[in-house]
Write a protein that binds this ligand. Structure first.
Ligand code: UT7
Length: 331
């Protein structure tokens, strides 16, 4: 049976930098507040007309180059996004056409911040069964257009940004790659972090003038409640993954947690007794790009030489759903 490993990575951030100072022009906030509560210094926003499938193109090109592959080699596309270009069809279909992939399957995964890890788990199964040899896995988001850029939306708006990461999951006979993945959801907390409209269950039309006036088109978050669950679920799902593989905390080469808030990452690090060099953080530059954070951070970690062959790399995520997940890899 083949093992699934990451043969190439890439990432892309739109060029427009939005600083905390700039946000304070639209809403009652400050650089100090944002920095102290989240660790974020700036994030990137797309220009209008740009969707996650557009951001995914340069990320994919980079990943293909790193893997020494071309579009012809890819057997399947998994596109993790909670902010698809359109309600239908999925962003994976758009990417297939834009990059000239063959008539391969394209699957959108909507598990918000955990989308990339869920996608990794799906790719793992296809590679292990021998169905596919090379799978393109994307995590890409355009969150800026779901932000209420007024004081009313400030608790959520200052956190999120746009960006895309890509990874090629390939088959190998070597003793390396994904060791296990762990997936969880608790739907009791759907409304703690959600985007309510447009909605098929809203009737005709799927979004009304009233919904717009109430701001239902914006992402809404109960920050304190999300934070409280995140700092429990992250360590829990990481430990679950380590136990499954009989790996100790000290043996983690690099933990790449979903980048939601620097304070959350620091609390995970402290609870798990990890050193600074064992934990990846880049939230100060990009904010929270939802499904994009892990593949973007992975791409940067590789560029910075923080991952070597044979290292144990752990991914962990927590977000809207609530959904949380982890994956362990031997690099
Ligand atoms: O990726 C998905 C997962 N998402 C997360 O994991 C996010 C988890 N939550 C968080 O990161 C934090 O809860 C936030 C950063 C969203 C908020 O930080 P907090 O320390 O929990 O602040 P808070 O919501 O308790 O608000 C504290 C105060 C409030 O004022 P009062 O009621 O104490 O007077 C807020 O109105 O800060 C106020 N506030 C702000 N002030 C300036 C909230 N947002 C802002 C803001 N600028 N942007």
């Amino acid at each position: 049976m083949s093992n699934p490993y990451i043969s190439g990575t890439g990432y892309y951030l739109p060029p427009r930098v939005v600083t905390n100072e700039e946000l304070s022009n639209f809403m009652d906030t400050s650089n100090e507040w944002i920095l102290e509560r989240t660790g974020i210094e700036e994030r990137r926003y797309v220009e209008s007309g740009v969707g996650p499938s557009d951001l995914a193109i340069p990320a994919t090109e980079q990943a293909l180059l790193a893997a020494g592959l071309t579009v012809k080699d890819i057997d399947f596309i998994i596109f993790a996004t909670s902010t698809p270009d359109y309600y239908a069809p999925g962003s994976g279909c758009l990417l297939q056409e834009k990059m000239g992939f063959g008539e391969i399957g394209a699957l959108d995964v909507r598990v918000q911040c955990s989308g990339f890890v869920y996608g990794l788990s799906i790719a793992e199964q296809y590679i292990r069964t021998g169905m596919f040899k090379h799978i393109l896995l994307i995590g890409a988001e355009v969150q800026s257009t779901a932000m209420d850029l007024t004081t009313e939306g400030r608790d959520t708006a200052v956190i999120f940004g746009d960006g895309a990461g890509a990874a090629i999951i390939s088959a190998t006979e070597e003793d390396r790659g994904i060791l296990s993945t762990h997936l969880h959801t608790d739907g009791r907390y759907v409304k703690e972090l959600w985007l309510e409209a447009p909605a098929s269950k809203a009737g005709h039309p799927r979004i009304s003038k009233n919904d717009l006036d109430e701001g239902k088109q914006y992402l809404k978050m109960n920050g304190r409640e999300v934070f409280r669950h995140a700092v429990t679920r992250f360590p829990e799902v990481i430990i679950e993954a380590l136990k499954k593989n009989k790996i100790e905390q000290k043996d983690i080469g690099l933990l790449i947690p979903h980048q939601a808030n620097l304070r959350i990452t620091q609390m995970i690090q402290k609870k798990m007794g990890l050193r600074d060099d064992q934990v990846m953080s880049n939230i100060h530059k990009y904010g929270n790009t939802t499904a994009g954070t892990i593949p973007i951070a992975l791409g940067e970690a590789i560029e910075e030489g923080r991952i070597s062959e044979g290292d144990i790399v752990v991914f962990a995520s927590f977000g809207s759903g609530f959904s949380w997940a982890s994956a362990v890899m031997k690099w």
